[in-house]
Design a protein around this ligand. Structure first.
Ligand SMILES: Nc1ncnc2c1ncn2[C@@H]1O[C@H](COP(=O)(O)OP(=O)(O)O)[C@@H](O)[C@H]1O
Ligand SMILES: [Mg+2]
Length: 339
């Protein structure tokens, strides 16, 4: 392939000093350690013989204007937020679409469906894909069409990275439920999802491709070593609580001991979700394997974290693609769309 001029688009912003962060009641927030995935991707593009330039979206209008003026063959879109707003990913893709820029990963529709968990669940139900039953509360209105039984998990419908999901999100009484809904309404401008809590193993399946999407080997996040008495969930403590047992004792790895038909069911389900939600190029679908063998879809992650140490690259490696080959595959998938 001839040498391409690729812009690696990523997001970074200065966290404003937040007084509420000092209280125990403030949500646990994301920390920036991402061994700068944008550097890894840019370096790899260089190894593939391309010219890679980094462009940061820092929440300023200037950083948006600069994109409009950038000349390149393709943008490698790693941007997940704008100025700290995690719900802006689909708007960024929409902006690139308006500018007629070519970019990797899902388009604005896929990113929106991936972001809005309640909307995604409604679409998935239409396609016969099983997701836990739920209710949705937003600005004083409650949407529901099923009975719910405790325990339930209460989470923001439009965040990711487990922001707003902590051990106390799993509730077993009306009082805890009301407290948690109230806390989420106070801290997030997002509908609240009140969802059946599904016991079971936590499984992730990466999907790569477009016309013929390929499901990667199943990854399991082992939550069995969480401290006694804490719910088995990958909440903010597990993802961001550096220095705690919850963070240290939870690891993802290729799932062991899965019967072939169970692995195949997880992979087929992941592809069904990928297609139903109009995802593109690459995504990771998070599921729970119920003790009775049924698969419950928890959420879809378009453009999942692409660090070489993250689950997606781990699964690709198991399937025989090293990191360089993975980045090349994503690049080729995106280029084929614009050919
Ligand atoms: N219905 C559920 N039943 C059991 N665990 C859940 C459920 N929903 C979420 N979780 C747990 O919480 C974690 C984070 O939830 P998720 O919906 O994936 O949010 P995020 O988009 O922030 O990653 C999941 O990985 C899982 O461990
Ligand atoms: Mg998740």
């Amino acid at each position: 392939m001839s040498k391409l001029n690729v812009v690696v688009l990523y997001d970074r912003w200065d966290e404003p000093a937040d007084e509420s962060a000092a209280t125990d009641k403030a949500p646990i927030t994301r920390t920036l350690d991402k061994k700068e995935v944008e550097d890894e991707v840019a370096e790899t593009l260089g190894k593939l013989g391309h010219e890679a330039t980094l462009h940061v979206l820092d929440g300023s209008v200037k950083s948006l204007h600069a994109i409009a003026r950038l000349e390149c063959d393709l943008m490698f879109n790693l941007a997940e937020s704008f100025g700290g707003n995690d719900t802006a990913d689909y708007c960024i893709a929409g902006y690139l679409e308006l500018l007629d820029k070519r970019f990797t990963g899902s388009g604005s529709h896929g990113l929106l469906f991936g972001q809005d968990k309640a909307a995604a669940k409604k679409i998935l139900e239409f396609h016969g894909v099983h997701t836990p039953v739920f209710a949705r509360s937003f600005r004083g209105r409650l949407d529901f069409s099923h009975d719910l039984e405790f325990p339930v998990i209460v989470k923001p419908a439009r965040e990711d990275g487990s922001i707003g999901i902590e051990f106390s999100s799993v509730v077993t009484s009306i009082r805890e439920l009301m407290e948690r809904i109230d806390w989420l309404h106070a801290n997030f401008d997002s509908p609240v999802l009140i969802e059946e809590f599904v016991e079971g193993r936590e499984m992730y399946v990466g999907v790569l491709g477009n016309e013929h999407p390929e499901a990667l080997p199943v990854i399991e996040l082992d939550l069995s070593k969480l401290p006694e008495g804490t719910p088995r969930i990958a909440g903010a403590e597990v993802k961001w609580g550096k220095g705690t047992r919850a963070y240290r004792d939870t690891k993802s790895a290729i799932a062991e001991g899965l019967p072939d038909e169970t692995a195949a069911l997880l992979q087929q389900t992941a592809i069904a979700v990928y297609q139903a939600l109009e995802l593109r190029d690459y995504a990771r679908i998070d599921m729970r394997l119920r003790p009775d063998g049924r698969v419950a879809v928890i959420e879809a992650n378009p453009n999942p974290w692409l660090a070489s140490k993250a689950e997606f690259a781990m699964a690709a490696r198991k399937a025989g693609r090293n990191y360089t080959q993975l980045i090349e595959a994503i690049l080729d998938l995106a280029l084929a769309r614009y050919a």
